[in-house]
Design a protein around this ligand. Structure first.
Ligand code: 3PG
Length: 406
């Protein structure tokens, strides 16, 4: 296989020793909705190579955790603690670009890492716009003069054109981190295969974005089977009149996605596979049932008939890409659908890629790493990568490389 030539610069192209380096990472971890503690730190482990390669620099980390209003929208203190427990000299400052943050940045020494507060605590970070526009945000304007180099290693958020991800590339020399390199190299290799059947497993929440990406992906003609579950599956079941609209209550962005879901079902009825039975909660117990017996209880997992059908299809596929759990996997009794799907992916002899914080965490917990071709830190980013459109992070780094070559 030929070596991939990157279209952007990497850490190999710059001398970072003694320099002040701002790194955007994706340490967006699974968090227990009740205790608010991190339940899986694999996205933090995944940035180790970059941090080690910058061990002679003054490093400041910028990252997000969750979204405003979500259960996992927490401070980055725990992330800093995990970095410390992994052997890094990391400290945390409860500020992003104010005086407190600037004073702390000033004091960072070679070999030390300062973690800034959750960047999504700043409203301007939520705006999505082209790099030149988000670069005007105070986040970028206040911080960039304090640094010599920007490193983007946030592969999981590579499809987001937000200030912390693409703004700094317009004003600082900018390169990709080791994780971004590894993800792009591995995903490029995995997508180069033209084998079929090609199966996409799509579940979890964030339905609005996922339905849009699914729509783009289906038009490529690449997908033979799109196997749906989780809240994405629930949306399609409603769109297909299998369950009533009242089940849409837990789905954020339902109104904006349901019409597209209906159109996709009409155009790709031979590709899209929907759950055929469900699991619901009644008196704290898991009840596997037909849709007609859900009695208004939310869809919390695919039922056993669906799991068996999906398992067979996945095991016999030549290529499988999976993103998003099949149900409310945070609760053990509703994790079985997701676990069966992951086991099927591990048993598949073809090229298999599991993406996203939740599915990756579960695959690691089940110790399936060696049986899956690649566990990607990207969920939405990986699915976007498959559509063939260049990721915003890559486009921004390409522009930065042109500017650096002057
Ligand atoms: C993810 O978990 O997919 C990334 O961290 C990006 O998060 P977002 O979908 O909230 O932008």
């Amino acid at each position: 296989m030929k070596t991939l030539q990157f279209t952007f610069k990497t850490l190999d192209d710059v001398d970072s020793r003694g320099k002040r380096v701002l790194i955007r990472v994706d340490m967006n971890c699974s968090v227990d909705p009740e205790t608010k503690t991190i339940t899986d730190s694999s996205r933090i482990d995944a940035i180790r190579n970059t941090l080690e390669d910058l061990s002679q620099s003054k490093v400041v980390l910028l990252a997000h955790q969750g979204r405003p209003g979500s259960d996992d929208f927490i401070s980055l203190e725990q992330h800093t603690e995990i970095l410390r427990n992994s052997g890094f000299d990391a400290t945390f400052v409860d500020d992003i670009f104010g005086k407190k943050a600037k004073d702390a940045i000033e004091k960072v020494k070679d070999g030390e890492i300062l973690v800034l507060q959750n960047v999504r605590y700043f409203d301007g970070e939520l705006k999505k716009a082209p790099p030149e526009e988000v670069a005007k945000e105070p986040l970028v304007q206040e911080l960039y003069p304090l640094f010599d180099l920007f490193v983007n290693d946030a592969f999981g958020a590579a499809h987001r054109s937000q200030a912390s991800l693409v703004g700094f590339t317009t004003v600082l020399p900018s390169v990709a981190g080791r994780l971004v390199e590894k993800e792009i190299r591995t995903l490029t290799e995995a997508t180069e295969t033209d084998q079929h059947p090609w199966t996409l497993v799509l579940g979890g929440s964030k339905v609005e974005g996922k339905v849009k990406t699914l729509s783009k992906l289906l038009t490529t003609g690449r997908v033979d089977n799109a196997v749906l579950g989780g809240l994405v599956g629930t949306l399609f079941l409603i769109a297909d009149d299998k369950i009533p609209e009242s089940y849409s209550a837990p789905i954020k962005g339902y109104e904006n996605a349901v019409d597209t879901a209906r159109e996709l079902i009409a155009s790709y009825s031979d590709v899209i596979l929907l759950p055929e039975d469900a699991a619901v909660e009644s008196n704290d117990n898991r009840i596997d049932c037909e849709f007609s017996d859900m009695n208004g209880h939310p869809f919390l997992d695919i039922g056993p008939r669906t799991a068996a059908k999906y398992t067979e299809l996945i095991t016999n596929s030549a290529v499988v890409f999976a993103n998003g759990p099949m149900g409310y996997f945070e609760k053990e009794v509703f994790a079985s659908g997701t676990k069966m799907i992951l086991q099927a992916i591990a048993d598949c002899k073809g090229v298999t890629v599991v993406g996203g914080g939740h599915m990756g965490a579960m695959a690691n917990k089940m110790k399936l790493e060696s049986e899956i071709t690649h566990i990607s830190t990207g969920g939405g980013a990986t699915i976007n990568f498959l559509t063939g459109k260049k990721l915003d992070l890559v486009l921004a780094l390409e522009e930065a490389a042109k500017r650096m070559d002057g």
